[in-house]
Write a protein that binds this ligand. Structure first.
Ligand code: HEC
Length: 144
C-alpha cells in the first residue's frame, strides 16, 4: 500500500501541469523585462514627443498635419512604405539620411527631404519622431 501512495502524485503531475501551461504561455524573458521596466509608458512618451516635434517642426510643410495630407511627400499614415520596410529602424534611417531626389519613389515629387527633414534634432528626438511615425500605422488610436 505504501508504494501506491507515492505513485499517485507522480502520475497526476503531468496531467495537472498541462492545462496550466496551455492557459498561460511563458513570455520570452526580454518581454517580461520590458513589462517590468514599464517600457510601454516610456514608449508612449516618445510617441508624444515625436508628435510634437513633427507637428510643430518642418515635417508638416511637406507631409501635412499629422502626416496625412502630403502635398510634397508621401502620406505617413497608410500602410505603404516606399523608402524602407516601415519598421521602427527603417523609419529612423529615412529620417536620419533624408531622401535624395535620385532615390524618390515618385519622380513627380519636387523637393528632396534633407537629413532630419532639415531640423536640428538630437539622436533621442529622432528616435521619438520614428516612434511617432511608426505608431501612426501600428498603434490603434481612438476615433480612427
Ligand atoms: C522638403 C520636403 C520634406 C520635408 C520637410 C520632410 N520630408 Fe519626409 N519625405 C519627403 C519626400 C520627397 C520623401 C520621399 C518621396 C518619394 O520617395 O517619392 C519623404 C519620405 C519620408 C519618409 C519615408 C516614407 C515612406 O513611405 O517610406 C519618412 C518616414 C519621412 N519622410 C519622415 C519625415 C519627417 C519625420 C520629417 C521631419 C523631421 C520630414 N519627413 C520632413 C519630403 C519631405
Amino acid at each position: 500500500m505504501k508504494k501506491s501512495v507515492l505513485l499517485v502524485p507522480a502520475l497526476m503531475l503531468p496531467m495537472s501541469a498541462m492545462p496550466a501551461m496551455a492557459q498561460r504561455p511563458e513570455l520570452p524573458p526580454v518581454v517580461q523585462e520590458w513589462m517590468s521596466e514599464g517600457w510601454q509608458p516610456r514608449f508612449m512618451g516618445m510617441v508624444a514627443e515625436g508628435d510634437s516635434l513633427f507637428n510643430n517642426g518642418s515635417c508638416t510643410r511637406c507631409h501635412g498635419d499629422n502626416g496625412t495630407e502630403g502635398r510634397w511627400a508621401p502620406n505617413l499614415t497608410d500602410d505603404e512604405w516606399v523608402q524602407s520596410d516601415g519598421s521602427l529602424g527603417g523609419i529612423f534611417e529615412t529620417i536620419m539620411w533624408g531622401v535624395r531626389r535620385r532615390d524618390f519613389h515618385d519622380p513627380e515629387r519636387r523637393f528632396q527631404m534633407n537629413p532630419n527633414g532639415g531640423m536640428n534634432i538630437t539622436w533621442d528626438q529622432r528616435r521619438s519622431l520614428a516612434a511617432y511615425i511608426w505608431s501612426l500605422t501600428n498603434v490603434p488610436r481612438p476615433g480612427r
